[in-house]
Design a protein around this ligand. Structure first.
Ligand SMILES: *Cc1c(COP(=O)(O)O)cnc(C)c1O
Length: 391
């Protein structure tokens, strides 16, 4: 079965009577048993790792369906549900480190993930250092220490869209016994099968493309067999869970992930090419463009592009950037991305980078939604006229 087919049918086996296409929502803290014997039997199956519910915090139907589906998507062994993408980052890292360990983190990582490492993880005696997103396997291997337990990748990088050599980094990390964690928000397992390249734990901020409708915050961590026992225990010990209503919306969104990504990726590339030809634009940061420094790696390792990319403007004032963004008809100004609607935001690197600071001009980030790209380009054409008028 292809992944697009799996996304339609995955997680639907647990059909309850009446047999509806979608699973009914079970809201529960307590799960009831008919007898003490049934309770003991269920507990035994649960302890043996069966996906069976003893209490509302584990293995409820929505949650099992989502975990099965996200496992199919990322090609993993088992998955856990957590209440946000950032929680997924924290749980994935905490699953495999202990006091005295070292995390080797890509410098272009999502800003709040950096803050988690520097502010909270450090309190537990785990040190984080940062490496260049353009570093290959050899360079990453050279930065590893005897106590390096995690090498963390995110490709393309947040805001600056550098493509990493994930297979080579996995080989280098595994040669020294570390786990590789990948944040796969941009491509998802549909367009970048990071686990096939050796990644042990995938962080999936499902809030973005998986949900796809800007109405749910949710995350998942997918593990291979090596990482699963640690992930499973840590997620349980930290009491991570999510509401069945949110998970219902998430699973519903995932049914259409393949077609949304295909359409948003194609429209995104069309808008990116158009932007690359604009006099107000210095450079478009999009790995599917032939001119992009990460294009060769992207072409080798990715099966497609999503609809999120960066635009470096020609030198201009803050007022001009505001003139560009304010009053767009189709582009909303706001955080997050991956929904059906287009967004525009200044890509301020608020979480200071240490290895590869941004030395270019004004940087903005576009997310291309399901609108007709011709309408989006017309909107941006007017926006550029406002930018010029504000000079
Ligand atoms: C948004 C995002 C997250 C965090 O997801 P939330 O659900 O918003 O917490 C993590 N990583 C990346 C790359 C993201 O874009």
């Amino acid at each position: 079965m292809r992944k697009s087919t799996k996304l339609v049918h995955g997680g639907r086996r647990a059909a309850h009577p009446p047999k509806t296409v979608n699973l009914p929502i079970a809201r529960a803290s307590t799960v009831l048993f008919d007898s003490l014997a049934e309770l003991a039997e269920t507990q035994k199956l649960f302890d043996a790792g069966e996906p069976i519910a003893t209490y509302g915090i584990v293995n409820m139907p929505q949650r099992n369906a989502f975990e099965e589906l996200v496992c199919e998507l990322e090609g993993g062994h088992r998955a856990v549900t957590v209440p946000s993408g950032l929680a997924a980052v924290a749980v994935a890292i905490m699953a495999v480190v202990k006091a005295g360990d070292h995390v080797l983190m890509v410098d272009s990582v999502y800003g709040p993930s950096r803050t988690f490492c520097d502010r909270t993880l450090s309190r537990f005696g785990v040190e984080t250092t940062y490496y260049d997103p353009l570093a290959g396997g050899e360079a990453v291997g050279a930065l590893m220490r005897p106590n390096t337990k995690v090498v963390y990748v995110e490709s393309p990088g947040s805001l600056t869209f550098e493509v990493q050599d994930i297979p080579a980094i996995c080989r280098a990390a595994h040669a020294k016994g570390a786990f590789v964690i990948a944040d796969n928000a941009w491509a998802t397992g549909l367009y970048c099968p990071v686990m096939e390249y050796g990644v042990d734990l995938v962080v999936q901020p499902a809030t973005k493309y998986l949900g796809g409708h800007s109405d749910v915050i949710l995350g998942a961590v997918v593990a291979n067999e090596r990482a699963w026992p640690r992930l499973h225990e840590t997620c349980r010990d930290l009491g991570q869970t999510a509401s069945p209503d949110d998970i219902y919306l998430m699973v519903r969104g995932m049914r259409t992930l393949a077609i949304r990504l295909e359409r948003q990726g194609a429209a995104g590339l069309e808008v990116a090419r158009w932007l690359a030809g604009r006099p107000e634009v210095k450079r478009v940061l999009h790995p599917a463009l032939e001119s992009d420094p990460g294009h060769a790696l992207w072409k080798r390792d990715f099966k497609g592009a999503s609809g999120l990319f960066g635009v470096e403007l020609q030198p201009c004032s803050k007022e001009q950037v505001a003139a560009l963004m304010d009053h767009c008809e189709h582009f909303g100004i706001g955080y997050s991305w991956g929904g059906f609607e287009s967004l525009i935001i200044p890509a301020n690197l608020r979480h200071g980078r240490k290895v590869r600071p941004w030395d270019g001009g004004p940087l903005i980030r576009l997310h291309i939604g399901l609108e007709d790209p011709a309408d989006l380009m017309a909107d941006l054409d007017v926006a550029f006229a406002r930018l010029r008028a504000a000079a």
